[in-house]
Design a protein around this ligand. Structure first.
Ligand SMILES: Cc1cc2nc3c(=O)[nH]c(=O)nc-3n(C[C@H](O)[C@H](O)[C@H](O)COP(=O)(O)OP(=O)(O)OC[C@H]3O[C@@H](n4cnc5c(N)ncnc54)[C@H](O)[C@@H]3O)c2cc1C
Length: 397
């Protein structure tokens, strides 16, 4: 029998995070340092200090790094609550890209690399960035287009290339750089100090996806020299490690955006309950009531889907196909929720007087990063073509 009840300690943690977000973080949303598309690094540290005091900083990290060592299922519950405020994931240090990078380092890094990078990262002392995507025809939806190269020079490696859309690229201390081996097979991930000579932040890219500390950077890599101690895992295994990072990371995006979509829905529902038009409250007009009902259906189904894949990951399954399905479903369902919430709010929805406008803008990009919907569908379709069984295991006839 499948038990859907939350263990008491997780239910208690959920309540604690909910009251932390509502009581301590939402009141700070109007702070001038949080307005606009940037969360200032100084403000991020201030928020981290509040979360640290509440015992809620980086709860996903292993206990030895000061976290709570949350299972994937526990993350699903906690990250949704954190996502209820755009500042929640920043404050609790469970936002992208740091959260995914911490997971990658926990899984692949050596003990020395963990002490050097993971310890200060999990403690909120530094931030990190993940450098995969490239402009001008390089790595994107198809990572095989990777053009950045790493060439051996004695015991060192010399990296050349260009990256863009690098979240948190400004102000991050650690760059995890993906590069193709110039004279050997495969790609390699390197842990580089962001101030290594040859690394140049060319520009800060203006996007509709706000709320990330350090924005989105374009970065030039010119003869960046790193030692063999910078290699993450083994040379040539970069693409495999990318999967180690991406499968859980795409699920945690679903979790955080679920909280944000729930917030947008709550704001719209409250408005529809008190706003009158044509002799009735908005919610009593079927056209509005049905939109809100559809929101609750999407939110509920997204939550169930997330919990299922989290449960698979906790059982040690790779869950590649299931995480693709959930990523597509959640990014589209959560977007629909934000879109309907904005519509129900009328003119108010397009103003910055409520959080819905920023949630709507930010959530749109989620259908593109961590694999565009079309690429996940394409991967699932290729899987269907390779087998005589439907993906869910049911016979197709
Ligand atoms: C807000 C944001 C933050 C990001 N942060 C990071 C980061 O921190 N680090 C990093 O490395 N990258 C980051 N990215 C980059 C992101 O991972 C890429 O944008 C994404 O992988 C898509 O690559 P692309 O933009 O080059 O699109 P392209 O590869 O040019 O694809 C364009 C479109 O073509 C379509 N398409 C592609 N392939 C197929 C197919 N097989 N079948 C059908 N349609 C297809 C899709 O609709 C896709 O959206 C970020 C992007 C955004 C928007």
């Amino acid at each position: 029998m499948i038990d859907f009840s939350l263990p008491p300690e997780l239910a208690e943690l959920q309540a604690r995070v909910r009251s932390f977000i509502v009581g301590e973080i939402i009141p700070l949303e109007e702070d001038p340092r949080a307005r606009g598309d940037h969360v200032d690094d100084g403000f991020r540290r201030y928020l981290n200090a509040i979360a640290r005091k509440a015992g809620l900083l980086a709860p996903q990290a292993e206990r030895r790094w000061g976290g709570l060592g949350l299972s994937h299922l526990a993350r699903a519950v906690v990250f949704e609550e954190a996502g209820y405020s755009p500042l929640g994931p920043v404050a609790m240090h469970l936002h992208a890209p740091d959260e995914g990078n911490m997971h990658l380092l926990e899984t692949v890094a050596t003990e020395e690399q963990k002490q050097h990078w993971l310890k200060p990262l999990a403690g909120g002392e530094i931030r990190s960035a993940f450098l995969m995507t490239e402009p001008d025809g390089g790595a994107g939806a198809d990572p095989d287009n990777l053009r950045t190269t790493a060439r051996r020079d004695g015991t060192n490696f010399v990296i050349n290339g260009r990256k863009w859309l690098i979240t948190g690229g400004h102000g991050a201390a650690l760059y995890i750089i993906m590069a193709r081996m110039a004279e050997e097979d495969g790609a390699t991930m390197f842990l580089a100090d962001a101030d290594t000579p040859g690394i140049e932040r060319v520009r800060e890219i203006s996007t509709m996806a706000g709320g990330f500390t350090g924005g989105h950077a374009e970065v030039k890599l010119e003869n960046v020299r790193v030692g063999s101690d910078a290699v993450l895992g083994e040379v040539g295994k970069g693409f495999a490690y990318a999967q180690v990072r991406l499968v859980p990371a795409r699920l945690t995006h679903c979790m955080r955006w679920l909280g944000a979509a729930r917030r947008a829905h709550d704001i719209a529902a409250a408005y529809a309950r008190q706003r009158w038009a044509f002799g009735a409250r908005l919610v009593e007009h079927q056209g509005v009531g049905f939109q809100l009902a559809d929101n609750e259906i999407d939110l509920h189904m997204a939550r169930l889907a997330i919990w299922h894949v989290a449960w698979l990951l906790d059982r040690g399954e790779r869950a590649n196909a299931a995480s693709s399905m959930v990523k597509v479903f959640c990014s589209e369902a959560e977007y629909r929720v934000a879109d309907r919430a904005l519509q129900v709010l009328g003119g108010l929805g397009v103003t910055t007087d409520t959080r819905v406008e920023a949630i709507f803008r930010g959530i749109r990009a989620f259908r593109i990063y961590d694999g565009p919907s079309e690429v996940h569908r394409w991967a699932l379709a290729r899987r269907i073509a390779r087998t005589d069984r439907a993906v869910g295991g049911a016979r197709g006839n």
